[in-house]
Structures are given as structure tokens and as C-alpha cells.
Design a protein around this ligand. Structure first.
Ligand code: GDP
Length: 833
């Protein structure tokens, strides 16, 4: 305390001067007084200093004898008073000083506290900053480590990767030098200790640094490693884990999305997404689909950005890449056999198959899967579509799938070019597919191939034998004659076409046949067109999707994959696709499901839109027609085109202004699943003329309650349809007048209303009948009777000539002289002429 005032020594320094005391008195300066007090203490025990007049004066105040000479009493008194005043001031000053000292001490304490608090704050801030800096440092160190590693790679000094690996890969020692493993070990220990507490971990971090410094070099590495470790420990202690590194994505959402796929796209856990949906009150599983609005909410909740995409965008996942010429490999041609009925298409296909099936033993069990492959003598592979006729060809084309590379037009040599031959020519030309003419039944005695050739000329088919460019081969499906030549001709044509595909990509193909097999579920024969279809592939096919469970080739053998132009039966579909549907392999099940459901909805919309007219006139005409005209939709399948057309014409004639037959679809060939599907969609019966439904169509028709009717006489068919259409005619309502009555009197009866006293003039009055009120032969009301009374009794009938009381239901305006007409209605069934 005594040394607290730094001013004191200064005061003392000035004190010994004798003048200073006086001066100080006169001015009343506290400092001077202090000085004097000290001096007094020092001076008094000795004696007044020779030069200090005032000091000696004070000492002698109480003793006049010791008073210096020349000092009067008054002077002495004055001095004494001054001395007392000085003493009092001194005491005051001492108190004040003590007080000041106390205040100062308080102030100091306060400042100390302040500083301490500030320091504490500073420390904390520093700690936070340090944490940040450490993070930055860590990143920098990582980058440096990378850079060093790159350098190290160059200079063959493999030191740089060590810290990074030590951190990432954990215990694995990554430095070849000896301290490496030791350090890694130490770090491992440190890591263990980190779990015990944060403080601890810091210390261990420092230790690691020291240790590292003691080791040979590697200062930077150790520092970086330590910082990473500290960062890791910090994250661990804070329990934030990877949070700081969370990334946010643009998440594409279609109209609907399956929860698991949504989670996938956000890179979140599906369970978390389900949880978040539950919080919103939506109880869904991860396999259920949610709409885009909900999906958007979820995405935003997770902090990502939602990108709405239009429905059709889901199809974009299907690879549309074009292949480099270098990746393309020659593939087998795909051949369709067409021709008029009975010209030998089936026989030819069978003959080719029996003689040349690939790898098949002669007489071995062959499987009809809709297509098969044969090998020519020269070793070329050919793929034949096993569904002869135009139906398959056209239905595929209608779906935009061109499978066929070459058409073999079969014309019987004993016959001529027939309607279906011409049709086949048109189809092939329309599809721009090259043709080879097979003149069949050459073994027959009446065979006249030249006639066939000349006939074809009329249809602009100039065969090679006639110096044209269309190959023609004389064959006999029965004897096998010329079959090899036909195959060679096909192989040659294929060579000209230079058919190529890339087998090393995700497969795409076309469905040739599909059915619902009782044991195996939906089965589709797919002709792979590009890429290689493998077991386990996830695909979408038309409106269906699936995962390849098994692939079965045309020999009935299970195979693991099928390349371009190879037909295979595919198992593992979730539904039966249609012939002509395109199969595409996609990456994920969710994508497949999404595309399939999009297509299904689109098809539904299309069906709904198909009925919608476009122009206003059409719209009005349709509205009018819809309001008054009943339609009987039918689907016609016939054995030949000619009969199909005849049936369609006959059916279109049926009907009048009120009812008509609408042909949904007509075609040639067996009734298939797709026919049943179409019939079901329109609630139509299927008419089979000389054709039958295949097994799967029969089955699905049963399931879907689609009526299939078979006919072999057009007349019967038309009659039946006429009867069915008649059933749609509205019944005719005929009225019979059963009586008339005249009102003679009217009464108003409370509770019963207006009652008319009438006389039945004609026929009969019946209570249940309809009544009209005629006034001057004008109908003024039509309704029913409320009461029919005869002498107060309610009766059912009143005969002519009798009087009765009548009241109308909800009608009061009855007057004397009005005539009541009584009639009955009858519904009459009508028929079409
Ligand atoms: P598709 O209706 O065009 O499939 O004709 P098919 O293959 O069913 O044959 C019709 C008929 O012609 C059958 O009775 C066959 O036996 C017969 N046929 C087919 N090809 C030949 C042939 O090359 N020679 C003879 N003689 N008859 C044949």
C-alpha cells in the first residue's frame, strides 16, 4: 500500500528545500503538506534544520522560551493556527488518500476482473477461430498433401500420401520410413484416447506434434495429421459427424415418384424420408409412390432443391445413344414370311426349321417361341419370325417397331398372285423392306412358276429371272427342294444390307409374342435388336417392367444372355406386354417402374382422348350422336382379309339413326391377348370368323369376362349382331286412351284439396292411369290421380256412364266443363330391320 503512490518520492525530493513548506502552506497543496509531515517526523527528534525557519518555529510553539528571537506572540499564534490547520488537513488528506486508495484498489480489481473476463472471451473466441482455422488448415494440408504426393510421385519420394492415408484409412501404416508405423501407432492410441474427452485429445494432439518433432523431419505431415485428428475429434465430440460436409442436390421429380427412389435421388436414407413423410401425416412405405407436390415438400425439408420434370422425361433414362461405327458388329437378318393363305408359309417355316435349326439335333424338341434361328450351309445365321402373315408384321409396324429386315414372299406355283400376296407386297414396300420371292409348291404337277413371275410384274415386282433386282427362288416346302438356295438368297440379301448392331450396350428389343403362362407367369419372346440382354437385367417393356429371371432360347435351353438378332423367351415380367412393344434395359427398378406407370397412364389418356373430336363441327356432331345414338362396339377377327372386310361392311350397314355397330378393330388371325385387352377396354364382344382364340387369350377373356363368339357363316354373324344391336334400341312408348270423363262439379275439401265430381263418358277411369286435363281441347295439365272415389269409397276403376270423384296429384285448377283424358302407357320393344 505504501508504495502505491508513485508521486510521493517526487514530493520528498522537493521537501528538503526550506521555501517549499511555506509555499505549500500558502497554497494549501496537499502534496506539500505531505512532504512537510515527513520532514517533521524526520526533523523534530533532532532539531530544527538551520535553514528551515518554519520547521523550527513549529517545534517551539508550546514553549515560548524556545521561541526564535524576533517572533511575536501573534506571529506565533498565527503559526500555531496554521500548524493546526495543516495537521487537520493532513488527517483529512490521510482519510481521503485511504479512501482514494480504496477506490483505486476497487477500480483495479474491477479492471482486473474485466480484463480477465475479456481474456476469457478472447480465449473462447480464439478457440472458435482456431477450430475454423484448423478446418481450413486441414483442407490446405490435404491439398498440400495431394500436391506433395504428386511431387513425390515425380521424385520417387513417397512421403506425401502418408498423412492423408493415416487419417483416412486409419491404422494402415502408409509411410515406408521407420517413424511412419510408429506414428501411425501413436495416432491409433491417440484416437483411442480421443474418445475419452476433448481436452485429452488436445493434449494428445500436442504430444503427437512433439513426438513428431523429435522424430526425423516430417514436421508438416505431423502437423497436418494432428490437425485432421483434432478436427475429427472435435466433430466427434460435437456429435455433428459429417454434417458440415452435407451436400445439397437438385432433385428431379416426375409427377409421381417412389419413396425409395426419391431418397436415392436426395442421397438420403429411405427410412429418414419415410419418417419425414410420416411427420407430414402420410403413412407410406418406401415402395409406395407419392405425388410430386409431396415429394417437393420432402425435398425442401431435407434442404435440397426440387426440379419438377414433365412426365415424359422419365423416358429419358432410356439410352438413346448412337453407336460408333467401331463398336458395331454384323448381326443376323430377321426374316418374316408373308403370302396368301394356303400358299405354304407355315410349311415353309417348318421345313426350314426342321432342316437347319441352330445346334438342334434332328428331330430334337423344338420350342415355339415366335422366332427361331437357322444356320445356312455357309455358316450365316438367319432369324426367322415364326408368326406368318401380315398381322404380326403390321401390328409391329403400327407400334413403330420395325423388326423385319427381309420379307420372304411365298407364292404357290400352282396358284397365282392373290389378294393377300398383293397386300404383302404393299406392306413390304411401305416398310421399305427388301423382298425375296419364294415360289412354293414347285413339286406339284400343275406348278407354273413363270406365271407367278409374270403376275408379279403387274405389281412392280421384277424378279431376277425377269432381269429384275428381286431375288426369286423355286422351292418346295414339302420336299425340301430349293430350301438351301432360299437361305443363301436371304444370306446374300443380308450381306447387301450390311446389318450391324452393338452387342456391348444395354439391350433393346421387340416383343414378338407374349402370353400369360400358367406356371411361369407372363412370358414374352423378345427379339434383341441392339446390345445384349442378360439375366438380372432390369427392363421396361411397353407398359410393363421386370427383371430378367431366365432367358430361354428357341431350343428350349436356358441361356445367360442374348445378343442382337437373337430371339429369347424372357421370364420375370410383372405383366404381359403386347407384340411389338419395345424392351429397354434400364439401370434401376425404380426407373423401370416409373416409366411403365407413365406409359400406362399415357395409354389411358390416349384411349380417353381417342374418342374426343378435334374440330367444332366434329365435336357438335359427336355430341349429338352420343346423346341419341347407342353404339355396339365389336372387334372382328377373321381367317382371311377378304372375309374380315366383308364382315366389317355388313356390320357397318346394321343400325339406324339411334343405334349403330362400331368396329373397334378388325384383323386377320387368331384372337390374341391384345384383342382381348382392347375388347375389355371398350366393353366389346369379340367376333371370331373361322378363327379361334389362342390359349392365353381364352384365359384372359375368361378372367376379364370378355365375350368371344365364333362363327363360320357371315349371315349368322350379321343376324346375331343385328339382334344384339336391337337390344340397344330404346323401347317405344305407346299410349292407349282408356277413357274420358267430364267435370260436372267441383268441391274444395279441406285436407283433400280440389275434388271434381265427374261423369265417365267413355271407356274407363283407372286410378293408376295417367290423366290429362283438357280445357277447350287444349291440354292444360298432365299428371296422375290422387283419388278416384265412388260414393265416398276409394275405387280402382269406374266404368263408363258412372259418376265419380277425382282429385289430381298436385294440381288444383279444375273447372266445371273440363274434360279428363285417361290413358295408359305401354313400352314396346323394337327391332332393327
Ligand atoms: P399357309 O396358310 O400359307 O401357312 O399354308 P400352309 O403352310 O398351311 O400350307 C397349305 C397347304 O399347302 C398345306 O396343306 C400344305 O401341305 C400344302 N403345301 C405347302 N407347301 C407345299 C409344297 O411345297 N408342296 C406341296 N405339294 N404342298 C404344299
Amino acid at each position: 500500500m505504501s508504495d502505491t503512490d508513485g508521486k510521493k518520492p517526487l514530493g520528498l525530493g522537493g521537501a528538503p528545500r526550506p521555501g517549499s513548506v511555506k509555499q505549500s502552506f500558502s497554497h494549501g497543496r496537499t502534496k506539500s503538506v505531505l512532504v512537510e509531515t515527513k520532514r517533521k517526523r524526520v526533523v523534530v527528534p533532532k532539531q530544527g534544520a538551520p535553514g528551515a525557519a518554519s520547521g523550527s518555529g513549529q517545534t517551539r510553539l508550546g514553549d515560548p522560551s524556545k521561541r526564535p528571537a524576533g517572533i511575536t506572540d501573534a506571529e506565533m499564534e498565527r503559526r500555531l493556527t496554521a500548524l493546526r490547520a495543516a495537521k487537520a488537513r493532513e488527517a483529512d488528506d490521510a482519510i481521503r488518500r485511504a479512501e482514494e486508495e480504496r477506490q483505486r484498489e476497487e477500480e483495479r480489481q474491477r479492471r482486473r476482473d474485466e480484463i480477465e473476463a475479456r481474456e476469457r472471451e478472447e480465449r473462447e473466441r480464439e478457440a472458435a477461430l482456431k477450430a475454423k482455422a484448423e478446418e481450413a488448415e486441414r483442407m490446405k494440408a490435404l491439398a498440400e498433401a495431394d500436391a506433395r504426393r504428386a511431387e513425390a510421385a515425380k521424385s520417387a519420394e513417397a512421403e506425401a500420401p502418408a498423412p492423408r492415408q493415416a487419417n483416412n484409412a486409419g491404422p494402415g501404416p502408409s509411410r515406408p520410413s521407420s517413424p511412419g508405423p510408429r506414428k501411425a501407432e501413436r495416432e491409433r492410441e491417440d484416437r483411442d484416447r480421443v474418445g475419452k474427452g476433448r481436452e485429452d485429445s488436445r493434449r494428445t494432439g500436442k504430444l503427437t506434434l512433439n513426438d513428431a518433432l523429435q522424430g526425423e523431419g516430417g514436421r508438416t505431415r505431423s502437423l497436418a495429421a494432428m490437425k485432421r485428428k483434432q478436427e475429427k475429434a472435435r466433430q466427434k465430440a460435437m456429435g455433428t459427424g459429417q454434417r458440415s460436409e452435407k451436400q445439397f442436390y437438385d432433385v428431379r421429380i416426375p409427377e409421381t415418384i417412389v419413396v425409395s427412389e426419391l431418397a436415392n435421388r436426395m442421397k438420403e436414407r429411405a427410412a429418414d424420408v419415410v419418417k419425414s413423410l410420416m411427420k407430414m401425416g402420410m403413412m407410406v412405405t418406401m415402395n409406395q409412390a407419392i405425388d410430386a407436390d409431396t415429394a417437393q415438400l420432402v425435398i425442401e425439408e431435407f434442404g435440397h432443391r426440387a426440379v419438377r420434370v414433365s412426365d415424359s422425361d422419365v423416358e429419358q433414362v432410356i439410352q438413346q445413344t448412337t453407336d460408333d461405327a467401331g463398336n458395331l458388329k454384323t448381326r443376323a437378318p430377321v426374316i418374316t414370311i408373308m403370302g396368301h393363305v394356303d400358299h405354304g408359309k407355315t410349311s415353309l417355316l417348318d421345313a426350314i426349321r426342321k432342316a437347319n435349326v441352330v445346334s438342334g439335333e434332328a428331330g430334337g424338341i423344338t420350342q415355339h417361341i415366335g422366332a427361331y434361328q437357322v444356320k445356312t450351309e455357309n455358316g450365316s445365321l438367319l432369324t426367322f419370325l415364326d408368326t406368318p402373315g401380315h398381322a404380326a408384321f403390321t401390328s409391329m409396324r403400327a407400334r413403330g417397331t420395325q423388326v423385319t429386315d427381309i420379307v420372304v414372299l411365298v407364292v404357290a406355283a400352282d396358284d397365282a398372285v392373290m389378294p393377300q400376296t398383293i397386300e404383302a407386297i404393299h406392306h413390304a414396300k411401305a416398310a421399305n423392306v427388301p423382298m425375296i420371292v419364294a415360289i412354293n409348291k414347285i413339286d406339284k404337277p400343275g406348278a407354273n412358276p413363270t406365271k407367278v413371275r409374270t403376275d408379279l410384274l403387274q405389281h412392280e415386282i421384277v424378279v431376277e429371272a425377269m432381269s429384275g433386282d428381286v431375288q426369286d427362288v423355286e422351292v418346295s416346302a414339302k420336299t425340301g427342294l430349293g430350301l438351301d438356295s432360299l437361305l443363301e438368297a436371304i444370306a446374300l440379301q443380308a450381306e447387301i444390307l450390311e446389318l450391324k448392331a452393338n452387342p456391348d450396350r444395354a439391350a433393346s428389343g421387340a416383343v414378338i409374342e407374349a402370353q400369360l403362362d400358367v406356371g411361369r407367369g407372363p412370358v414374352a419372346t423378345v427379339l434383341v435388336q441392339n446390345g445384349t440382354l442378360k439375366r438380372g437385367d432390369i427392363f421396361v417393356v411397353g407398359q410393363q417392367w421386370g427383371k430378367v429371371r431366365a432367358l430361354i432360347n428357341d431350343q428350349g435351353e436356358r441361356v445367360n444372355e442374348a445378343g442382337p438378332s437373337v430371339p429369347v423367351e424372357v421370364l420375370g415380367l410383372n405383366g404381359t406386354p403386347h407384340a411389338g412393344d419395345v424392351l429397354n434395359v434400364v439401370e434401376t427398378e425404380a426407373q423401370a417402374r416409373e416409366i411403365a406407370s407413365y406409359r400406362e397412364n399415357a395409354a389411358k389418356d390416349k384411349r380417353a382422348a381417342a374418342g374426343a373430336a378435334t374440330t367444332l363441327e366434329q365435336l357438335m356432331a359427336k355430341a349429338k350422336a352420343d346423346a341419341s345414338v347407342a353404339e355396339l362396339p365389336v372387334l372382328v377377327k377373321a381367317d382371311v382379309q377378304g372375309s374380315a372386310e366383308a364382315i366389317v361392311q355388313a356390320l357397318e350397314k346394321i343400325g339406324n339413326d339411334e343405334v349403330r355397330v362400331r368396329i373397334l378393330h378388325y384383323g386377320v388371325g387368331a384372337i390374341t391377348d391384345s384383342d382381348v385387352g382392347l375388347a375389355e377396354a371398350s366393353n366389346a364382344p369379340i367376333i371370331g370368323f373361322n378363327v379361334r382364340a389362342n390359349a392365353s387369350a381364352r384365359q384372359s377373356a375368361n378372367q376379364k369376362s370378355v365375350e368371344i363368339r365364333y362363327y363360320s357363316i357371315i349371315y349368322d354373324l350379321v343376324d346375331d349382331i343385328k339382334a344384339a344391336a336391337s337390344g340397344l334400341l330404346k323401347n317405344e312408348i305407346r299410349e292407349h286412351f282408356i277413357g274420358y270423363a267430364t267435370i260436372k262439379e267441383t268441391f274444395k275439401i279441406t285436407g283433400a284439396g280440389m275434388i271434381a265430381g265427374c261423369l265417365v263418358t267413355e271407356g274407363i277411369a283407372r286410378r293408376s292411369a295417367g290423366v290429362r286435363l283438357l280445357r277447350d281441347n287444349v291440354v292444360i295439365h298432365e299428371g296422375t290421380l290422387k283419388t278416384l272415389k265412388r260414393f265416398k269409397d276409394e275405387v280402382k276403376e269406374v266404368q263408363s256412364g258412372q259418376e265419380c270423384g277425382m282429385a289430381f296429384e298436385r294440381y288444383e285448377d279444375l273447372r266445371v266443363g273440363d274434360v279428363i283424358e285417361i290413358f295408359e302407357r305401354e313400352e314396346v320393344k323394337r327391332t332393327l330391320q
